[in-house]
Design a protein. Structure first.
Length: 468
């Protein structure tokens, strides 16, 4: 007989004997007092014991099934229907365990949902985040971290993908028991240079899955670039102002000294001084204009403007400049072009700057072609305002020397010129395209530049229609 069956039988026998003992005593008294024959008394006791054994066996079998059912519930398996449904004595226990099971299932679903939400919260954080154990190995890395360091997978040593000594020192110090958080800056060079602020801190409480130290990286690249641009801007603006100022001071000294009585030199110098003062004036006007447009950039303009009319006026203003070089500006506007929501002075300034460049950098005797049409397909960089309704495209095309591709991404930076000496000689401040870019941004549009060296350049402005 198998051991389990022997144990079960033993339990049935012992419980039956225990339960039938009082009845046995009663039968013994009946036999002793002669009310019942010995054989009858024994037979009666045997019948009662047998009946009890059957009841005990069923009850114990139900109890065993219940124990097996609870065991399989505790192991998290699919336990099937509860046992002993016909057993009134067990029904309440089964119902209570069933209730416990439902409550536990609900709790574990809630916990799983909350863990999933936390997981997705971590993954949606824009900053890379790494959880490390006491031996500096990755326990968990969010999506931003795996995107930054492809190999930041659980189990890897931090030093195998982040080799910056300052960050490793900070992690070591915090793991070594240093109080508070440690911060340091470091750079990642590939694929593009990025600067990060690393923050290392020990997690409070019992570490989950061994995660002891949290390493968060905050991307400082944009802030650093802005800081550098601001510093460059101040340096460039002062330099641009100092050059004509130095020329003015030099001529003033000359006129006060050696050229005091030289009428011819005085006339010549005064003409140069007027030109330099004009240049300073233009520079200050452009700087003011730029800062005013930047200030309003977050409030979109609201006047309805007819582009055809505006483009023809801008072209007319530049005609004398173009004619002086044997050039012509043609303006073609498609019939029924919708209006745009704009600030008319800014929009006029935008197209004047583009036409001015086309005339300045176009070849003598060529044409500048301005064409306004409905935009068919939009460039990939087009924003939501252009995609929402329809868009208009205005192209300003020249036949000049063109611009080499390496300069194109930087053309709209303040003071950026392809040929600084030439631009200055022509009276340029290098702020024209920076102003254009900010006006386009304020109008929720887009500027694209296509150029072929030796053939010419097309600046295209994409603007959203005004709603009906
Ligand atoms: N149509 C063009 N063809 C060739 N190069 C151009 C053209 N437009 C702009 N550039 C280049 O881009 C540079 C920046 O242009 P931007 O209009 O900002 O400044 P600028 O024309 O030099 O001075 P400003 O417009 O302030 O008087 C120019 O110096 C020139 O080198
Ligand atoms: Mg210009």
């Amino acid at each position: 007989m198998p051991k389990r069956a022997a144990i079960a039988l033993g339990r049935i026998v012992s419980v039956t004997v225990l339960l039938s003992a009082p009845t046995g005593v009663v039968f013994m008294i009946l036999a002793a007092t002669g009310r019942l024959g010995a054989a009858m008394a024994f037979g009666g006791w045997a019948v009662v014991s047998f009946a009890l054994a059957v009841i005990v066996r069923n009850h114990l079998a139900d109890l065993d099934d219940l124990a097996a059912w609870i065991r399989s519930l505790s192991l998290g398996g699919e336990a099937g229907p509860p046992p002993g449904r016909d057993n009134a004595a067990l029904a309440e226990t089964v119902a209570s365990v069933g209730g416990l099971r439902r409550a536990w299932q609900q709790k574990s679903t809630e916990l799983a949902e909350s863990a999933r939400r936390n997981e997705s919260l971590l993954d949606n954080l824009p900053d890379p985040l790494l959880l490390l154990d006491t031996s500096r190995r990755v326990v968990r890395a969010n999506l931003a971290a795996t995107r930054l360091f492809g190999s930041a997978t659980p189990g890897r040593d931090l030093a195998s993908f982040l080799r910056d000594p300052q960050v490793l020192d900070a992690v070591q110090a915090v793991l070594g028991g240093e109080k508070g958080a440690r911060e340091c800056e470091f750079s990642v060079m590939v694929p593009l240079e990025r600067v990060f602020l690393a923050r290392v801190e020990r997690l409070d409480g019992q570490p989950s899955e061994g995660g002891t130290v949290l390493l968060t990286l905050h991307d400082l690249t944009t802030i650093k670039r802005m800081e550098r641009m601001r510093a460059d801007f101040v340096a460039n603006a002062s330099h641009e102002l100092r050059t004509p100022l130095a020329a003015l001071s030099g001529f003033i000294e000359t006129l006060q000294g050696p050229a005091r009585d030289d009428d011819e030199a005085r006339e010549r110098f005064l003409a140069i001084m007027a030109e330099q003062a004009g240049r300073m004036g233009r520079l200050v006007a452009d700087l003011l204009s730029l800062s005013r447009i930047e200030l309003n950039e977050h409030t979109p303009p609201s006047e309805r403007v007819d582009l055809g009319h505006l483009l023809r006026r801008a072209a007319a203003a530049l005609k004398p400049l173009a004619q002086a070089r044997g050039m012509d500006i043609t303006v073609e506007v498609v019939d029924g072009l919708p209006e745009v929501l704009a600030q008319p002075d800014e929009l006029a300034q935008l197209f004047q700057n583009l036409m001015d460049n086309a005339v300045k950098y176009g070849r003598d005797g060529t044409q500048v072609e301005v064409a306004a049409t409905l935009a068919g397909t939009l460039p990939p960089a087009a924003g939501p305002a252009l995609r929402r309704g329809g868009a208009i495209r205005v192209a300003v095309r020249d036949h000049g020397e063109g611009i080499a591709p390496e300069h194109l991404p930087r053309l709209t930076e303040r003071f950026y010129r392809v040929d600084t000496a030439r631009s200055r000689k022509m009276g340029g401040t290098g702020l024209g395209l920076a102003i254009v870019k900010h006006i386009v941004n304020r109008h929720r549009g887009l500027l694209t530049i296509d150029s072929t060296v030796g053939e010419g350049t097309t600046f295209t402005v994409w603007l959203p229609y005004a709603p009906e």
